[in-house]
Design a protein around this ligand. Structure first.
Ligand code: G1P
Length: 169
């Protein structure tokens, strides 16, 4: 059943168990020369969950989860105090948007199991992240990557053009 991204992640609980795990959304492509997972692992070395973040332009603030910063950015990482799903430019708490790369501790499953449907009537991963932020268990890693999103038609076309232009074959 398609009940939302948060519900989909919760379906992995039995396979993952108590271990920390990476969550990779397949419709966000990360340029292969600029891997972000090592940065997530480093920012999460103290045993907290970590989000991959990127500075967004106004037009994209209605298309991504956006975080409430809990500290300044130091060495590319910051505390995350909360998050809002697709707030739009008027309501956005910052310009730091969530990209589809996450490192979670298993506590996210407990939070997801208590998360009610939110934006769009779906169980939102961002709402569980907001709770992780509220209890001081979430960091952000700001990545300077090219955003290639194949989750909507215009962005799919853009990603196809960028990747084709970069490939001599
Ligand atoms: C999902 C998440 C959103 C996140 C985005 C990353 O949205 O709900 O918080 O910023 O992935 O691409 P979707 O793209 O499924 O609408």
């Amino acid at each position: 059943q398609a009940n939302g991204l948060g519900h989909a992640v919760l379906m992995a609980q039995e396979a993952v168990g108590d271990r920390p795990f990476f969550c990779l959304l397949a419709d966000d492509l990360i340029w292969p020369d600029h891997p972000v997972l090592p940065g997530l692992a480093e920012a999460g070395s103290s045993g907290v969950s970590v989000l991959c973040l990127r500075e967004l332009t106004d037009d994209l603030l209605a298309t991504k989860g956006v975080v409430v910063p809990g500290s300044e950015v130091v060495d590319g990482a910051l505390d995350v105090a909360g998050a809002v799903e697709k707030p739009g430019a008027d309501a956005a708490p910052s310009r730091l948007g969530i990209q589809g790369r996450y490192l979670f501790t298993a506590e996210v499953f407990d939070l997801l199991s208590k998360t009610e449907p939110g934006y769009g009537g779906e169980i939102q991963l961002t709402d569980a992240i907001a709770e992780l932020g509220r209890i001081g268990r979430c960091r952000g890693h700001v990545a300077d990557t090219t955003l290639l999103d194949v989750g909507n038609p215009n962005a799919y076309l853009h990603a196809t053009a960028v990747l084709a232009a970069a490939d001599p074959d």
